[in-house]
Design a protein around this ligand. Structure first.
Ligand code: BTN
Length: 256
């Protein structure tokens, strides 16, 4: 990982000063939480993670040099209830960056899986680290040529999607630039500042889906995105809103 190459491609001010590169860490989210006294805009990037984590206690495969594993430290002065919106914001930033990098048909599977060609290419794990301090972990599969059998029908990488090799540094710079743009809109106008853009890119909206919560599992139709990033669904003729957290949404016929 070449820090100079990230900086050369980066327009963002917020993220230009504090890029920290590690060869291997357990999890960049863990490193970021342990260093949450550092200034807003510090970014922790690793070549490999030995205990990369996904949402709902899942593992995040993090082999050396094959993906982007990074965590962004931000300290927004916002109400606690608006913090989940930052995860959606990060998903939107990754979606825009990958689109700008030339990956076709990238979309967001609510709340924050980034998908292309019907498979997941990136995931986000946000964690609170004290009051108004949020760690946003972003994983992007970059040069993986294959995935283990149990996820091969659900996971993809930039290399598989485009049949060409990708450098991680310009992608990191693009994600940080996009994040800063949407973050400024969010700080100014809240989630409504990015809601339309999020909804436009959200492939879950308009689809029949299976909602899986720790207590319950049912079918519904996703009809839109709410003012605070909730998924609006139609269930047995009633409109309901579901917040992210421990909820998983699947397509009726598969992952998407
Ligand atoms: C998911 O889709 O389940 C979220 C995956 C998040 C993975 C990233 S990689 C960088 C950061 N460190 C971690 O341990 N997890 C996040």
């Amino acid at each position: 990982m070449d820090i100079g190459k990230i900086q050369k491609n980066l327009k963002s001010k917020l993220f230009s000063e504090n890029l920290l590169i590690y060869n291997s860490v357990e999890s960049t989210n863990k490193t970021a939480k342990e260093n949450s006294h550092l200034p807003e805009g510090t970014v922790f990037i690793a070549n490999a993670q030995t205990a990369g984590r996904g949402r709902m206690q899942r593992e995040w495969r993090s082999e050396e040099n094959s993906g982007i594993y990074m965590s962004i430290l931000i300290k927004p002065q916002i109400e606690a209830e608006n913090i989940p919106c930052l995860t959606l914001l990060a998903g939107l930033a990754v979606c825009s960056a990958l689109t700008k990098a030339g990956i076709p048909d990238v979309g967001i599977k609510w709340p924050n899986d980034i998908v292309a060609d019907g498979k997941k290419v990136s995931g986000i794990l946000s964690e609170l680290s004290g009051t108004n301090t949020v760690v946003i972990g972003i994983g992007i599969n970059v040069s993986n040529k294959s995935f283990p059998d149990e996820i091969s029908d659900k996971a993809t990488s930039l290399a598989l999607l485009s049949n060409k090799p990708f450098e991680r540094e310009p992608i990191i710079a693009m994600v940080l630039d996009e994040f800063e743009g949407y973050y400024n809109l969010f700080l100014k106008d809240g989630f409504s500042g990015i809601k339309d853009e999020y909804e436009k890119n959200c492939i879950t909206v308009g689809k029949a889906c299976r909602i899986i919560t720790p207590k319950d599992e049912y079918d519904a139709e996703a009809t839109g995105i709410g003012e605070n990033g909730e998924l609006e669904i139609l269930r047995n003729g009633q409109v309901e809103k579901i917040a992210s957290g421990e909820v998983s949404v699947r397509g009726i016929l598969g992952y998407i």
